[in-house]
Design a protein around this ligand. Structure first.
Ligand code: FPP
Length: 250
């Protein structure tokens, strides 16, 4: 690390989720095609993974392609899929060398064949890595994830493997694709929009939400560290009152 960040390294969120928005607007501002913005966005992805690894973030979830994104022009969808395959093939060695594990959420079987195969290969290669888990949300819908978990709960009840009384928040969470992943403490969305857009609907219940006007291609290390600093100033009450949270000497 080049300089000490203005943050408490003992209070780094374990899991940070990111809605990477604004690639298209960033490109348009420069008179460029939208895909130029997505390609620049890949550079931000690399920088944020590297910084997460340095700071000791253990899970980083990136909203890379939603089920709604299929309705974009086919040229853009195809370009995004190609960028993804290219980024994985270029970066998997370095990810592996840095002890980064790749996981996905969403229906990756619905992605183009070459994309699905390169993701499976990269996940298999990095499956025993332990420092940082990079979770790519691809062909992902938070509502669909909840429907799938509900169908699974129904199936388990029909097979008498669980009773309705046993369907607690914890059991339900174990039926989601994020079953082994702690809920994010912090969600960051770039580019000025203040909405969740069908991302991690169950998992974000108590997450701190942070919105920045910066377009994703300009969102780099310093602003990421600043976002963590802002998170550290917030008081997470989980429904309690302030006095119940504070330490006696505060
Ligand atoms: C949102 O910007 C961005 C996306 C839908 C795709 C994000 C993809 C990448 C950063 C590249 C590939 C990712 C990986 C993980 C290698 P937008 O197009 O909605 O921007 P706009 O709102 O300005 O139009």
């Amino acid at each position: 690390m080049t300089e000490a960040p203005p943050i408490d390294l003992n209070n780094i969120p374990k899991h940070i989720a990111l809605i990477m928005d604004g690639n298209g607007r960033w490109a348009k501002n420069q008179g460029q095609h939208r895909l130029f913005g997505h390609a620049a966005g890949v550079e931000s992805v690399k920088d944020i993974i590297k910084t997460s690894r340095e700071l000791g973030v253990t899970y980083l979830t990136l909203y890379a392609f939603s089920t709604e994104n299929w309705s974009r022009p086919s040229e853009e969808v195809e370009g995004l899929m190609n960028l993804l395959v290219e980024a994985i093939s270029n970066e998997v060695d370095e990810m592996h060398a840095n002890n980064v594990r790749l996981l996905t959420i969403g229906n990756i079987k619905g992605l183009p064949g070459n994309c699905y195969e390169s993701l499976c290969k990269a996940m298999d290669r990095t499956k025993n890595n332990t420092a940082l888990t990079l979770v790519l949300a691809l062909n992902y819908s938070g509502r669909q994830e909840i429907i799938n978990a509900s169908l699974r709960a129904h199936e388990l009840m029909q097979q008498s493997k669980i009773s309705p009384e046993e369907l607690t928040e914890e059991t339900f969470a174990s039926l989601l694709q994020t079953k082994e992943i702690p809920d994010p403490e912090l969600l960051i969305r770039t580019s000025g929009e203040c909405r969740i857009s069908n991302f991690l609907l169950w998992q974000l219940s108590y997450t701190e939400l942070l919105f920045t006007d910066t377009h994703w291609p300009d969102f780099r290390r310093d602003e990421f560290i600043d976002a963590i600093a802002q998170y550290q100033k917030r008081e997470r009450r989980f429904g309690k009152v302030s006095e119940q949270i504070k330490q006696p000497n505060e």
